[in-house]
Write a protein that binds this ligand. Structure first.
Ligand code: SF4
Length: 225
């Protein structure tokens, strides 16, 4: 698949959280701050404005630019800890407003940072960390194969979604929607009750496949509820 554009590292977290949120922000250019996003932005501004510093054997670099031409992703690392003289150990750290999660949303963004560094500096990164403001806690993250595969899948999915130019339907997760800054603009409840969105989705996706069950049944929209 042709990957037209570079995707921001932070956008991968949007995609992992909800593909519709990713599409609303990065395809439709819709954005709305809520308290959480505004506070998160402030936190990142503070982190980015700090000067690099050396403490013992470790150099702390802030706001480090990162890119992978192979994966067509780019962005900034909040913090990169560089330990020792060559062979140097690189340890990315991403700051988040909330608290540690079981889901991979934040870890995918962090792993994508590691993939960029690996390509840029020809190194292997085994570990990184997420630092959570709400609980003032640093969570060690292993950059293992499971996380790498999830991250590569998210990158591919995000590129495919951008290339399709099509905003997906809302996810079926009320808890996630409640915490989403775009809930008022997205109107997930309306979409869930508006059967025509699924009908039209099916119409377009199946229009090139005349053998599909949809083309035979004529896809009654009320079947999708
Ligand atoms: S409100 Fe729900 S469906 Fe809509 S963008 Fe947010 S998480 Fe996705």
């Amino acid at each position: 698949m042709e990957k037209q554009n570079y995707i921001a590292l932070s956008a991968l977290q949007h995609f992992a959280y909800c593909p519709r949120q990713f599409a609303l922000i990065h395809l439709e250019q819709v954005w709305a701050d809520n308290f959480f996003t505004a506070h998160g932005n402030l936190l990142h501004e503070r982190v980015d404005s700090c000067e690099p510093e050396q403490r013992g054997n470790v150099r702390f670099e802030r706001g480090v630019a990162a890119i992978s031409h192979e994966l067509r992703i780019n962005g900034k690392l909040d913090l990169l800890e560089v330990e020792g003289k060559p062979p140097t150990n690189y340890f990315p750290v991403e700051y988040k407003r909330g608290k540690p999660k079981l889901e991979y949303w934040d870890k995918i963004q962090l792993c994508a940072q590691a993939l960029c560094l690996e390509e840029m500096r020809n190194v292997k990164i085994e570990e990184a960390a997420l630092w959570y403001w709400q609980v003032r806690k640093r969570e060690l993250v292993l950059i293992d194969d499971v996380l790498r595969n999830a991250t590569l899948a998210a990158i591919d999915g995000a590129h495919a979604l951008l290339a399709s130019g099509k905003t997906p339907s809302p996810i079926d997760d009320k808890k996630r929607c409640k915490a989403c800054s775009l809930v008022d603009l997205c109107e997930p409840k309306t979409f869930r009750h508006d059967h025509s969105s699924a009908y039209i989705d099916a119409l377009f996706s199946e229009s090139t496949n005349s053998d599909s069950p949809f083309s035979q049944s004529q896809g009654n929209p009320s079947d999708e509820d």
